[in-house]
Design a protein. Structure first.
Length: 449
């Protein structure tokens, strides 16, 4: 499980679901944002401290803090958070399901290695028997008791048995590669398994694995069924959230802000240079009018600088606050909110159909697995009888061959029949064990090898 890439991918999806749930959970708390705007302005622009349009250069600082919170939204946000929570549980159950599937696949691959080794052992015994028989016959041929044809026939049998052994040995290594691939182990890395006999692998009593009771256990224990349940709960919460979005939302907001502007311009002494008409006139007392003159000043020597007020004073003078209530009423938005609501209801129907399909599929699989176990058990029992019969036949054939009442070809035929029966026995035995493990797996008992 620690190496499998598919499991790692599913775990990442579960982590993403956890992030979505956490983000949605925290969204019910007020939001808070702080902003700071610093800059240098030139030309004609509004002084942020006085609000007056001025044609001078100055440096400005603006500070602003804003906060908002939804007061009531017909539980839309709460149901959205609940939906994310169930999606998280579904993601966890999905990862568990994947792990179960991989465990079952790895268990099968492990049993295939055991099977291949049993077949290799049988092939090795077959080779040794053929070599021993060939040695006996070669002595008899040299003594003139048997024709050379008998020796040639056994030499051909030894060659065939040796080829079968090499193939069986190659099947063991190939089965290892399959298991290493499922476990994401490097193909070049040394790897082996612990050998054990099929008789030592524990299996349940078939009487305790009746399909109907196994099906009931599967509904209660298998992750896929939990995935469907959690997704249905998430979909139900999403329907409620989508319905809440059809109604008005009440929110509260508030903000704090202040500004500072800095400028520094030179100040000059004003020198009187003369007078010019001001455009106004006054009566001269004799029926006439006299123009009103206005003085004209020009800059003399520089007397200093004019600067803005200090930062603390401006921050205090320009400090402003706001607080209020916002009501958002959906009137017409292209039918998007209503469409989301209708889609969320249809999603429930889809998930209910998927749940029903999965339940029927698992029930069909369980009944098929139970039937497969019965067939495999009967084939296994029949194979044991077949091996017993083939062994007795071979023993009698050997005795008859030793006294010259049986040809070498007939002996080889009996020997091959015994070899085939043994191979079929171990094949049917491991097939029965694996099919029992599948049935135990459906019952929710895990895998015990």
């Amino acid at each position: 499980m620690s190496n499998n890439i598919s499991v790692k991918q599913n775990e990442i999806q579960a982590k993403l679901a956890a992030i979505n749930y956490k983000q949605s959970s925290l969204s019910k708390y007020p939001s808070a944002n702080f902003s700071n705007n610093d800059g240098y302005r030139f030309g004609k622009s509004q002084n942020p401290s006085t609000g007056i349009l001025e044609n001078q250069n100055f440096f400005s600082i603006g500070l602003n803090f804003q906060s908002s919170v939804e007061i009531f939204n017909w539980y839309s946000k709460r149901n959205t958070t609940l939906a994310y929570q169930w999606e998280l549980e579904a993601a966890k159950a999905g990862t568990e399901k994947l792990k179960n599937d991989i465990a079952l696949t790895v268990a099968n691959a492990y049993l295939q290695i055991l099977l291949a080794r049993e077949q290799q052992n049988i092939a090795a015994v077959q080779v040794q028997q053929s070599i021993a028989q060939l040695g006996i016959v070669q002595k008899q041929v040299k003594a003139g008791a048997l024709p050379e044809l008998n020796s040639l026939e056994l030499e051909a049998q030894v060659a065939r048995d040796s080829a079968n052994y090499i193939a069986a040995k190659g099947n063991v290594e190939q089965a290892k590669f399959v298991l290493k691939a499922y476990m994401n182990i490097d193909a070049g890395q040394p790897f082996d398994i612990i050998d054990q006999s099929a008789e030592n692998i524990p299996v349940e009593n078939i009487a305790d694995l009746q399909p109907e009771s196994v099906y009931e256990s599967a509904l209660a224990n298998l992750p896929q069924q939990r995935v469907n349940e959690f997704k249905l709960k998430a979909a139900t919460a999403n329907v409620k959230a989508a319905k809440g979005a059809l109604y008005p939302t009440i929110s509260g907001y508030g903000s704090l802000g202040t500004n500072y502007g800095y400028f520094r311009v030179p100040a000059y002494q004003q020198v009187l240079s003369g007078y010019i008409p001001s455009g106004f006139v006054i009566s001269n007392g004799s029926g006439g009018f006299t123009d009103v003159q206005r003085p004209v000043f020009v800059n003399g020597s520089k007397s200093g600088y004019i600067t803005s007020e200090v930062l603390g004073t401006q921050f205090n003078n320009n400090f402003g606050q706001s607080i209020g209530i916002n009501i958002s009423v959906p009137i017409f938005n292209g039918w998007s909110a209503k469409a989301n609501y209708e889609k969320s209801k249809l999603n429930i129907n889809t998930l209910e159909l998927q749940k029903d399909l999965d339940n029927k599929t698992i029930k069909q699989d369980i009944y098929q697995a139970y039937n497969a176990v019965i067939v495999a058990m009967e084939k296994f029992n029949s194979s044991r009888k077949s091996v017993d019969a083939a062994q007795k036949s071979f023993d009698f054939a050997t005795k008859r061959y030793n006294i010259g009442m049986l040809t070498t070809l007939e002996l080889i035929t009996d020997q091959n029949n015994l070899f085939t029966a043994k191979l079929e026995l171990v094949l049917n035995q491991f097939d029965y064990v694996f099919k029992m493990k599948v049935l135990e797996f459906y019952k929710g008992q895990g895998l015990k090898l």
